[in-house]
Structure formats: C-alpha cells, structure tokens
Design a protein around this ligand. Structure first.
Ligand SMILES: *[C@@H]1O[C@H](CO)[C@@H](O)[C@H](O)[C@H]1NC(C)=O
Ligand SMILES: *[C@@H]1O[C@H](CO)[C@@H](O)[C@H](O)[C@H]1NC(C)=O
Ligand SMILES: *[C@@H]1O[C@H](CO)[C@@H](O)[C@H](O)[C@H]1NC(C)=O
Ligand SMILES: *[C@@H]1O[C@H](CO)[C@@H](O)[C@H](O)[C@H]1NC(C)=O
Ligand SMILES: *[C@@H]1O[C@H](CO)[C@@H](O)[C@H](O)[C@H]1NC(C)=O
Ligand SMILES: *[C@@H]1O[C@H](CO)[C@@H](O)[C@H](O)[C@H]1NC(C)=O
Ligand SMILES: *[C@@H]1O[C@H](CO)[C@@H](O)[C@H](O)[C@H]1NC(C)=O
Ligand SMILES: *[C@@H]1O[C@H](CO)[C@@H](O)[C@H](O)[C@H]1NC(C)=O
Ligand SMILES: *[C@@H]1O[C@H](CO)[C@@H](O)[C@H](O)[C@H]1NC(C)=O
Ligand SMILES: *[C@@H]1O[C@H](CO)[C@@H](O)[C@H](O)[C@H]1NC(C)=O
Length: 597
C-alpha cells in the first residue's frame, strides 16, 4: 500500500492506493483513464523513465494543456500545465466562443526536448480567415517543471490538430488537418520546431476514407512504412479512426482495407464518439491506444463531462497494420499492466482525486488543478485577505459568467473551478458574502462554457418590482434557458441571512444536478433547484464546478469569501446497464480519503 501526501499550505490531502485483491499484472483496467474534461489525448511512453505522459486539450481553460503522467496506465498524476503564464500566448485572453482556444495537442520527446504542438483556434472567425488558426509549438527540457515551458513559437498553417514527426535522417515535419479552406486532408511540411520556420510548402498526404472532417493526424515510422493515422466522421457519434501507409513520406498513401480501425459508432455502447487516437508501446513492447470518448450512450443527450480520455490495447505485428481493440468499454482487459504503486515525482493531484475541505491559508497558491476561463484578472483572487484568513477572496468582475454575449468576455470574468471527474459527486463551498450594491452577485456554478452553464448566486435585488429597497436574494439560472429549469430569484430566508452559507452542487443521478444552500454552521441544506444535464452537454469541453463573483455590470465591488472547498466523487457509471458505483477499493481505482478536517 502506498500513501501519497500532497501538501498545499497547511492543507493536507491524502490518497491511498487500495490493496489489490489480485496482485498486479492483472490485465484489467477501467475507462476513462482521464475522467472529465480531458479531450484529444496524445500520449507517449518514455522507456528511460518507464513513464507514460499524456497531454489533452483545454480550449479556453487556463492554465491550459494539462500533462498527466503514470507508471501503470492506471494512476495518473497532474504533472503541470504547459500553458501556465498568460504571456506564453496572450491571444487566449481575447478568444471568442466556447469552442475556441486550445485544440488538440500532440506531445513528443526528441533528444531531450519535449515538443507540444497545437493550435489556438478563433472558432468564431470565418473559415477562410487566416487568423482563425494560430498554430504553435511549446518546448521544454524539464516536463516536471511547468514554468520551464517556452512561449509559443508560431508557424504558418491554416488548419488544426498539428502533430510533429521526425524522419530517419532527423528532419522535422508537422502534419496537420484542413477541413475547410484548402482541400480537406492531412497536410505535411518541413518545419523548424524551435522557431516554427517553414522549410517547405504544405502537401496533402491523404484525405481519409471520405468521412467528415479528416483530422487528428499522427505519423508513425515502423517496419519501413510511414503510417498516417487520423480521425474522421466528426467528433460526435460518427467518430472513427482510420489509417493509411506508404513507403514514402510524401505518399501515395494506401488506406487499410480494415478501416475504421477503431470506432464505437453504430453500437449501443455507453462509451461513444471514440476517435482522435494515439498509439504507443509499453516497456514490454505491447501496444496501447488512447482516444477521446463521451459517456452517455448513443442517445448523445446528456454528457456533462464531455470528451474524456480512454485506453484500449492494440496489436501491431511486424509489417502488418495496427489492430486496436474495440469496442471501448468501461471495464476492459488488455495486456498485463505494469506494477502499480510505483513512485511518480511531482506533487500535483491525481486526476480523479477529490478536494477535501480545502482552505486558502496565507502564502499558499491556488492548486494546479484549479482553472479559470481564459487567463485570470490579476488581483481578483486574494488568498487569505484581511479579516478572512484561510479564505479565497473573489473581487467581482463587471462581466458575469455569460460575458458579453455568451461568447466573449473582454477584461475577464472572476471565476475559478475544477473539473467534474465523476458521474456522481458533491461539490460544496462555504460562502461568506454580503452584497451591498444592487445586482452584485457571487455563487457556485456548473460551468461548461459561457453559453452553457448553471449558476446559483446570492445577490441584492429589489424587494418587489415596485420597491426601492434591495434585499438579499438567491438567483438561479441556466444558460441557455431550459424550460425544465426556468430561472428564478427568491428572497433569502431570514434564517440564512447575515451568516456564512454552504452552497452545494450535486449530481443526483446520471442526468440531473441539484443546487442547495444552508447555513455553514449546520449540516442541513435545502435544495433550491434542479438542473438537467443537457444544459451542459454541448461543444468540445467538459464541466467544471466552481465559484464566481460579478457586479453584473453594476457598481458592486464587494468581495466574496470562499473556503471549505470540497469535491467528493460518489460514483462512476461505466456501462448502460450498471448504475454509478463507487469503486473505492477496487483494483486500479484510487480511494480518495475523506477525512473531516
Ligand atoms: C509483470 O509482467 C511483466 C511482463 O510479463 C514482468 O516482467 C514483471 O515482472 C511482472 N510483474 C509482477 C509484479 O509480477
Ligand atoms: C532551427 O532554428 C534554430 C534557431 O535559428 C537553429 O539553430 C537550428 O539550426 C534550426 N534547425 C534546423 C533543422 O534548421
Ligand atoms: C512554395 O511554393 C511556391 C509557389 O509554388 C514556391 O514559389 C516556393 O518556393 C515554395 N516554397 C518552398 C519553401 O518550397
Ligand atoms: C454507421 O452507420 C451509418 C449508416 O448506416 C454509416 O453511414 C456509417 O458509415 C457507419 N459508421 C461506421 C463508423 O461504421
Ligand atoms: C487486447 O487484449 C485482450 C486480452 O489480452 C486480447 O484478447 C485481445 O486480442 C487484445 N486486442 C488487441 C487488438 O490487441
Ligand atoms: C449578465 O451579463 C449580461 C451582459 O453584460 C447582461 O445582459 C445580463 O443581464 C447579466 N445577467 C444578470 C443576471 O444580470
Ligand atoms: C410586478 O409583480 C407583480 C407580482 O409579482 C406582477 O404581477 C407584475 O406583472 C409585475 N409588474 C411588472 C411591471 O413587472
Ligand atoms: C441582516 O443584516 C442587515 C444589516 O445589518 C439587517 O438590515 C437585516 O435585518 C438582517 N437580517 C436578519 C434576518 O437579521
Ligand atoms: C434524476 O433526478 C431527477 C431530479 O431529481 C429526477 O427528476 C429524475 O427522474 C432522475 N432520473 C432517474 C433516472 O432517476
Ligand atoms: C451606479 O452608480 C451611479 C452613480 O452613483 C448610478 O447613477 C447608477 O444608477 C448605478 N448603477 C447601478 C446599476 O446601480
């Protein structure tokens, strides 16, 4: 049994690896391996370190492009975020639209340097606007030191999902996708990966098998062939992975007659939208594939966690095409897994770890898994402000969570959250807040994007529509409007006035969330509203839970104080037939210790 300790200021998080009933070298594992908002995975195995590393995409979230590492393909620790300083990529601050920001990254190590190649997409710009696609390279020689990642080096390419490749002679290339302006397909150019300088024009290698949006290309060199593996069909129910190969880098590429080589399309599987895969080998030479997937079955209606990272085993015999195991399911059998419990450096949280009553003591920083929507407004997040030791002080932004129009938020929004990583969970904070100006508001949110979120706040509203007196109200709303959960406001009951409150968001089942409030000094909470999960099932991202503060465009400047931040996973659903179960103590799943503070 291994005990890992993560110290954040005075706060202590303890996670325990359960005793493994069957010992290791079991070949059973559970999906998703990176639950919650972790789309477009790119993974690689570093044999010297016997460590697997994965990057995933982050859209407008900041810090962005999380890297996770594992020794056993089961326990994944947050190594850091590639994008951790606004100055690395200032234009993220002005991105417009919930599907904008950082799209699919590819992570590779070459001669001691890590390369992270990706695209900053301004998705609301016209398809033929060359500034829509901003292709970039980040590098570091020390992946465990997130501050060492370089600023973005730009390279010219009007497309996305860019991925580096080195030929036998060491020449570096990038392959990327065009679905729009030029001919759809996967294009190759010689690129200096340090400077981003193009050293050739772009050549379309292969447009796929005819599916929608050929994208997510990766090139592999094996047994005298160049293999070009891509995704097609769009990132919805038709998503699939296809492959072609050639003896020459520039083709012609011959498609595999067995395409698609990975898909759950046209099945009733709980895991859908499988695609955007990467391939890598473990220390025993066994092949594995990661891909993105959405849980919720083929109805594809409620999938709040969005696109998550799943694992499946593969076989790639000499001279033969790779075969990737499908269908992808929640409980899988693959190759013998490396021994678990091996030491991983770093002090980041595990991907499925909860937050146990977090405080914000003086001199601590926000934990590395906390996220803002775009780079944060400097100074709006104050740790242990005067009179509120161990609290996080939130200064209100003018803009609320909707922002200008659901898409843009120039100047920024005061919001901080973390990923939902469990089908069922309870999220709670203590909020100490006394709004003083009309319409200023602070509260909790289940946040997918500016135009898809749910929020419950405390605000000051007119006592009636003819009154000039403003009194504290709860206000609940969904964006967009949902007839199943219409917005409302209601006066805060006397018993909840002038006291710290506990605010709670809970996934009560696979399809619904409840929002509740109560006195912080009591265990009793009253449910204020329910929200259907389809409100936050949209686009490319996954839900975050967190807190916000805003003047709603008014004059408010009152700080809101937050503490006792708790996120507790209460179960994962991994198939149509099995309801959410808390697999604490089962093989491969971390038990999150929930000691009362
Ligand atoms: C697990 O399997 C690998 C490969 O078969 C072997 O090298 C290793 O010693 C095994 N580990 C344990 C703990 O049995
Ligand atoms: C890439 O650019 C750097 C910096 O100018 C240079 O030192 C390096 O030689 C270039 N590499 C190639 C392959 O051209
Ligand atoms: C790219 O193509 C243009 C036009 O065909 C040509 O003039 C140019 O030399 C090419 N650039 C490189 C780097 O090959
Ligand atoms: C799923 O079925 C549709 C309709 O028959 C077909 O067009 C599509 O190619 C199928 N997709 C896959 C990946 O098999
Ligand atoms: C995946 O692993 C299982 C169990 O070892 C094996 O039966 C299956 O053939 C493998 N699939 C592929 C595609 O390698
Ligand atoms: C949120 O902000 C938008 C844009 O400023 C504004 O139109 C809307 O009324 C605000 N919402 C509330 C509840 O005040
Ligand atoms: C004021 O509130 C009353 C009762 O809630 C409602 O019937 C009326 O329409 C409101 N008037 C305005 C101008 O909104
Ligand atoms: C809360 O405090 C305000 C300001 O002191 C006061 O006006 C109000 O009556 C108090 N509310 C309750 C329920 O005590
Ligand atoms: C999920 O919870 C909601 C809200 O309580 C309820 O209306 C719905 O019937 C529940 N669904 C199932 C399948 O139990
Ligand atoms: C903000 O303050 C100004 C000046 O006191 C006032 O005119 C205005 O109505 C206030 N705005 C709001 C939304 O309360």
């Amino acid at each position: 049994m291994l005990t890992q300790t993560l110290t954040l200021g005075s706060l202590l998080l303890v996670s325990l690896l359960p005793c493994l009933a069957s010992g290791r070298n079991s070949s059973q594992f559970l999906n998703p391996i990176l639950p919650g908002f972790h789309p477009d995975p790119s993974c690689t195995f570093i044999s010297d370190e016997e460590t697997f590393y994965c990057a995933s995409s982050s859209f407008n979230a900041f810090p962005g492009i999380p890297i996770h590492a594992s020794k056993d393909l089961t326990t994944w620790r947050l190594v850091g975020n590639v994008l951790n300083r606004e100055s690395q990529l200032p234009e993220l601050a002005v991105s417009v639209g919930g599907t904008s920001g950082i799209w699919a990254p590819t992570l590779r190590l070459r001669d001691g340097t890590w390369y992270l190649v990706t695209t900053m997409v301004h998705d609301k710009k016209a398809a033929d606007d060359p500034t829509r696609w901003r292709n970039i390279i980040f590098t570091t020689r020390d992946i465990w030191n997130e501050g060492s990642w370089s600023d973005a080096a730009h390279f010219d390419f009007e497309g996305y999902d860019t991925s580096p490749f080195w030929d036998d002679d060491g020449t570096s290339y990038i392959v990327g996708s065009h679905a729009y302006k030029v001919e759809p397909g996967n294009h190759l150019a010689k690129v200096n990966l340090t400077t981003g300088e193009l050293q050739s024009n772009w050549t379309n290698l292969w447009a796929g098998t005819g599916g929608l949006a050929p994208e997510g290309p990766h090139l592999y060199r094996k047994d005298g062939f160049y293999y070009l593996m891509i995704a097609e069909g769009g990132t919805g129910l038709g998503h699939m992975e296809t492959i072609a190969r050639s003896k020459n880098l520039y083709g012609p590429y011959e498609p595999n007659s067995a395409n698609p080589i990975l898909t759950n399309a046209n099945t009733t599987e709980y895991f859908q939208t499988i695609g955007h895969a990467d391939l890598f080998q473990d220390a025993y030479g066994k092949w594995w594939s990661v891909a993105l997937s959405t849980r919720g079955g083929p109805s594809f209606k409620v999938y709040p966690m969005g696109r998550e990272t799943v694992l499946t085993n593969a076989t790639w015999d000499e001279g033969a095409w790779p075969v990737i195991h499908s269908p992808v399911r929640g409980v899988m059998t693959g190759w013998p897994l490396p021994e678990t419990g091996q030491y991983l450096p770093g002090d980041g949280p595990l991907v499925d770890q909860g937050d146990n009553d977090l405080r914000f003591p003086p001199s601590c920083q926000l934990p590395p898994h906390f996220l803002h929507w775009r780079p944060p407004i400097e100074g709006n997040y104050v740790i242990s402000p005067p009179g509120h030791r161990n609290y996080l002080g939130l200064k209100p932004s003018k803009l609320n969570l909707t922002g200008i129009d659901g898409n843009s938020a120039p100047g920024g929004q005061t919001f901080v959250g973390r990923r939902q990583v469990d089908t069922l969970f309870t999220y709670r904070v203590v909020l100490d807040y006394a709004p003083k100006e009309a319409h200023e508001e602070a509260g909790v949110t289940l946040f997918l994007t500016q135009n898809h979120h749910v929020r419950l706040g405390l605000t000051l509203l007119a006592a009636s529509n003819t009154s000039a007196t403003f009194t504290p109200h709860f206000r609940f709303m969904t964006e967009p409007y949902s007839s199943a959960a219409p917005p409302f406001s209601a006066p805060v009951p006397d018993s909840l006035q002038n006291t710290s409150l506990t605010l709670e968001i809970k996934a009560v089942n696979e399809t619904h969330f409840s929002f509740a409030a109560g006195r912080a000094d009591s265990e009793e909470l009253a449910i204020v509203a329910h929200a259907p999960g389809d409100v936050v099932s949209w686009g490319f991202t996954g839900t975050l839970v967190g807190v916000y503060a805003t003047s709603n465009g008014g004059n408010g400047t009152e700080m809101a104080y937050v503490s006792h931040w708790t996120y507790k996973g209460e179960g994962q659903t991994r198939s149509n037939s099995s309801p959410a179960t808390t697999l604490v103590g089962k093989e491969g799943v971390l038990a999150v210790d929930y000691l009362p503070a």
